[in-house]
Ligand binder design. Structure first.
Ligand code: MN
Length: 244
């Protein structure tokens, strides 16, 4: 049975004035899902009420990368370095996150995804890591090629991330200026950068609910990427069988 993997999208407004806003997703996400044996289904940011209907039609959920999360959603005023926010996407993904966790659906949250999940369940974010984390390493790499590596991470033994990675040390790409600050209740940190920034977290009470701050999909050949997509799609396959 091929599990259907819903993937949230960005809203893209192109500079060409004749263009209407587009829903968009980097092809890396769909390639990695296909490679791991899943069938990707792109989820446009509709009204939050649509989230529940989508969740009845998918077996696993990927929350993809994108713009900053609105700090009002975790009770903060905007930091001067806050980037562009997408309020409809925030609202839609908060509903997806909560609905998926309630159902025990496998979730793989990437970059912005780990941030929206943390906010969905009561955590907070650093709005601009270089200003808010003392001694921060460079998390927002410039001139990065798709397979470029950024900083190291240390993986907590015994976590699902550890099982997927098969190692406690790894180097990852890093394309973010925000990060998880206070971790949401029910989640545990499963990896940190050398400066202490949360690079991964998970809910061990779920079959597979893992968030990572880097972009594994951009390194499809990396054993760490393969392990994560393999375990996530395998959990979705179990969910698909159970629902069939
Ligand atoms: Mn990083």
């Amino acid at each position: 049975m091929t599990p259907v993997i819903g993937i949230s999208c960005s809203t893209l407004v192109l500079p060409d004035l004749r263009s209407s806003p587009r829903f968009a997703l980097a092809r890396y996400y769909t390639s990695c899902v296909v490679e791991a044996g899943g069938l990707p289904l792109l989820l446009p940011s509709l009204e939050p009420e649509a989230a529940a209907a989508f969740l009845t039609r998918i077996d696993g959920l990927i929350l993809s990368g994108g713009l900053d999360v609105d700090p009002a959603l975790y009770g903060q005023e905007p930091h001067p370095r806050l980037g562009v926010v997408d309020e409809p996407r925030d609202a839609f993904e908060l509903e997806l996150s909560r609905g998926a966790r309630e159902q025990g659906m496998p979730v793989f949250a990437i970059c912005r995804g780990i941030q929206i999940v943390n906010v969905a369940f009561g955590g907070t974010l650093f709005q601009h890591v270089p200003d808010q984390v003392p001694g921060a390493v460079k998390h927002d790499q410039e001139g990065l090629t798709d397979d470029g590596l950024g900083h190291s991470i240390e993986i907590v033994p015994g976590t699902r991330l550890h099982a997927a990675a098969g190692t406690e040390k790894a180097r990852v790409n890093s394309l973010h200026h925000q990060a998880v600050d206070a971790v949401a209740p029910g989640f545990q940190v499963s990896a940190r950068a050398a400066d202490g920034v949360v690079e991964a977290m998970e809910d061990r009470g779920q079959p597979f609910f893992v968030g990572v701050q880097w972009h594994p999909e951009r390194r499809p050949f990396d054993p760490l990427t393969r392990g994560l997509f393999r375990d996530f799609v395998a959990a979705a396959r179990v969910a698909a069988r159970a629902g069939a």
